[in-house]
Design a binder for this molecule. Structure first.
Ligand SMILES: C[S@@+](CC[C@H](N)C(=O)[O-])C[C@H]1O[C@@H](n2cnc3c(N)ncnc32)[C@H](O)[C@@H]1O
Length: 278
């Protein structure tokens, strides 16, 4: 696995800029993914909490979190994402509710005091950018959250990505060859060595990868969820359902319920874990 280099995720998200704001509204599978994360946050984020949102991006969850907790610190590696986040919170009249904006790399949270947050939210795949430093990112969050505090962690799912992007498997083999395609499917690692034509280096994970990262004495797993499970139906079918409010509500209800099934865990867009520091 190629070593983590912060310049790649920073450059990628500086380039994406404000477009990130519509990440979960421009598709129906994005909407379902968002709703599961919201369900998780409503269950665990309390209005008494001091919360760190790391890898906050343009603020899709900032706008919600800031109204759910007592104090929110918003952090990201990308200056442009932080600018976009501030712009959006300003437009929504929520900017004065954000306690602080910090440009931080998840592999080094030392600028934040140890044991200073009741909860840390790191969702939407931020940990997936850390490649060989993913366990360092986990350790950094466990250092920064209070004992008995919680971490909400969401990563990109390998199996869901393969299902949704199956049409790209033949051209991938064509460009990269069978050995590199096998590497991608077996490890979920889109790294420099095996994918020279992209700079979007990331680790799409299975729940086994997350279980391994979190197999620590200080970690108690509270909840595991699949987010965006029914997105696998495809946009055309989902749009047809979305046109009928009663039907859409029924599908959302099923998404929320089935996202809790252990057998569904790897099938959502994102795999979400809620853990408590012992
Ligand atoms: C897919 S976006 C998710 C944004 C937001 N959490 C959401 O779900 O909409 C991933 C975010 O993680 C940030 N990121 C990537 N690597 C990071 C790192 N090492 N430290 C902090 N943030 C990072 C990116 O800049 C980007 O804003």
């Amino acid at each position: 696995m190629v070593a983590y280099d912060p310049k790649y995720p920073r450059a990628h998200y500086d380039r994406v800029g404000i477009y990130e704001w519509t990440r979960l509204t421009r598709s129906r599978h994005g909407e379902l993914n968002f709703l599961v994360h919201m369900d998780v946050m409503r269950r665990h984020i309390k209005d008494s909490m001091n919360v760190l949102e790391i890898g906050a991006g343009a603020g899709i969850y900032t706008k919600e979190l800031v109204q759910m907790c007592r104090r929110l610190v918003v952090a990201d590696i990308s200056k442009l994402q932080l600018d976009a986040n501030q712009e959006k919170m300003g437009e929504l009249g929520l900017l004065n509710l954000v306690a602080e904006y910090r440009q931080l790399d998840l592999v080094d949270l030392s600028p934040l005091a140890a044991e200073s947050f009741d909860a840390i939210v790191c969702i939407g795949g931020t940990l997936s950018y850390l490649l060989d430093k993913a366990s360092v990112g986990v350790q950094q969050m466990l250092r920064t959250v209070k004992p008995r505090g919680i971490v909400i962690l969401g990563v990109m799912s390998l199996i869901n990505s393969v299902v949704r992007l199956m049409h790209l498997v033949p051209p991938t083999k064509e460009i990269r060859g069978l050995t590199n395609t096998r590497w991608l499917l077996e490890t979920g690692l889109q790294d420099q060595e095996h994918n020279p034509e992209t700079e979007h280096y990331c680790h799409m994970m299975t729940s086994a990868d997350i279980d391994e990262l979190l197999d620590l004495d200080v970690v108690e797993i509270v909840e595991r969820r699949a987010a965006g499970l029914l997105g696998m139906a495809g946009e055309e079918s989902l749009n047809a359902v979305r046109a009928d409010t009663d039907l859409w509500n029924l599908i959302v209800e099923r998404e929320l319920e089935w996202s809790k099934l252990p057998s569904a865990l790897d099938l959502g867009d994102n795999i979400v874990y809620v853990v408590r520091r012992r």
